[in-house]
Design a protein around this ligand. Structure first.
Ligand code: NDP
Length: 327
């Protein structure tokens, strides 16, 4: 038995990604076998389709850090054939073969049942990026969201788009930072009440404290922009740091933490315990307006992936790429 997959092979320093027929015997021996229906393109997938950036453990490799599909066979009582499941995290698509294949075999612990009310396609329209946006919003809630507008950086990207829609659905005023002015209408349709051009936050920190402007922040960009935003937070407000699309260095001053009691909260979606994953997925299914989720979707096939992987690393993808793996 064989199945179709996007396989990344490495020769010397060169990697090459191509769609191939793979024998089922190459999957791990133990685990739950899932007929993958949909996967997505996340920033890490872009890295894993290229030279790997230290993420991929061994080649040949199947990327795809998330997927949704139907259980075909199971070595665990929690899942039986026919069950619909979702996977995010656990280094699947990095250290283990992932969702860019019509079949995946993974540990039962890594799966969650498809949340009620979502199709497998909708679950992947949310995907790792949306799941992470929910974790970020929950972290802000846990630390007390302040009154002012909530800032979302990297807003037209995957995490940003879902964060904007979620916060708006919660009745919050949302300010969306984007470097793409042509995405302003898209962001307003998702619920942003204010568009902040990226260049407004591009200057490096000159004064460690500026006017208090934001009641919370979901930051997908990091780097100099995050450093700047820290000095603009309301007293006692929190920033949920999700990503580093704008760089890994943080040229910040300690002053916002000392004089404004700002909290910098780290968000990790990879190693979330089962209960947290189920709670976040349930809230996503209940809160996120499905028509807004649909407006974020860029449909794709396995064949489209190498180009989309390169695009996401350049910040050129809008919203969520949903890959129809079943074909
Ligand atoms: P996307 O590429 O979809 O979105 C990133 C957005 O950041 C872009 O769309 C762009 O938004 C903005 N951006 C890109 N480059 C720059 C730059 N040089 N300077 C300023 N802004 C920039 O990626 P995702 O939303 O999927 O992921 C965002 C980050 O979050 C990534 O670093 C990713 O690795 C990380 N991540 C972390 C997770 C975790 O568990 N902590 C889970 C998922 C993702 P615009 O055009 O609107 O300005």
């Amino acid at each position: 038995m064989s199945f179709k997959a996007l396989l990344v092979e490495k020769t010397g320093d060169e990697t090459r990604a191509s769609v191939q027929e793979i024998d089922e015997g190459r999957l791990p021996e133990a685990g739950v076998t899932v007929a993958v229906e949909y996967s997505t393109v996340n920033y890490k997938d872009g890295l894993c389709m290229g030279p790997g950036g230290g993420l991929v453990r061994s080649y040949p490799h199947v990327p795809g850090i998330d997927f949704a599909g139907t259980v075909e066979a199971s070595d665990d009582d929690r899942y039986k054939p026919g069950d619909k499941v979702v996977l995010t995290g656990w280094r699947v698509g990095e250290a283990h073969w992932g969702g860019y294949a019509q079949k995946a075999r993974v540990k039962a612990d890594w799966l969650v049942p498809l949340p009620g009310g979502l199709t497998t396609r909708q679950a992947m329209a949310v995907g790792t990026a949306g799941f992470t946006a929910m974790l970020a919003v929950q972290a802000l809630e846990d630390h007390g969201l302040k009154a002012g507008p909530i800032l979302v950086t990297g807003a037209a990207g995957g995490v940003g788009s879902v964060a904007v829609a979620l916060l708006a659905a919660m009745g919050r005023e949302v300010a969306a930072v984007t470097g793409r002015p042509e995405q302003a209408d898209y962001l307003r349709d998702l619920g942003a009440t204010r568009i902040v051009p990226r260049e407004d936050l591009a200057e490096t920190v000159k004064r460690p404290l500026e006017s208090e402007a934001w009641g919370g922040c979901v930051d997908a960009v990091g780097g100099a922009m995050l450093a700047r935003v820290l000095g603009q937070m309301e007293y006692g407000a929190s920033v949920a740091a999700v990503g580093l699309a704008g760089g890994a260095d943080l040229p910040a001053k300690v002053i916002p933490f000392l004089l404004r009691a700002v909290n910098l909260l780290g968000i990790d979606s990879v190693l979330q315990p089962y209960e947290n994953r189920v709670r976040a997925w349930d809230r996503l299914a209940r809160l996120l307006p499905m028509e807004k989720l649909e407006s974020m979707v860029v449909p794709a096939t396995l064949e489209d992936l190498p180009k989309l992987g390169a695009d996401i690393l350049k910040g050129r993808v809008r919203g969520r790429v949903v890959v129809d793996v079943g074909g």
